[in-house]
Ligand binder design. Structure first.
Ligand SMILES: [Zn+2]
Length: 76
């Protein structure tokens, strides 16, 4: 599980929550999504701190686009 901080609103976010600001920083399990990933800082990522490369971030971003759509269905 990871903890991230949204630079826009300064909120630390843990799974399964989102920060609530327009950047929509959302942590789900061991992944996180946001409108602008550059505005998100990983605060605590014990398992993958060294392995979290920009490639991973890129993958996250691609995944986010699908995930946002999926989340839209789940939001009530
Ligand atoms: Zn925020």
């Amino acid at each position: 599980m990871i903890v991230v901080r949204c630079k826009l609103c300064g909120t630390e976010v843990k799974s399964p929550h989102s920060c609530g600001c327009p950047n929509m920083t959302t942590v789900t399990g061991d992944t996180f999504t946001a409108v602008d990933l550059n505005s998100v800082v990983v605060v605590n990522n014990k398992t993958e701190q060294d392995g979290f490369t920009s490639q991973d971030l890129q993958w996250q971003e691609q995944r986010r686009k699908r995930k946002v759509r999926k989340l839209n269905f789940e939001v009530r």
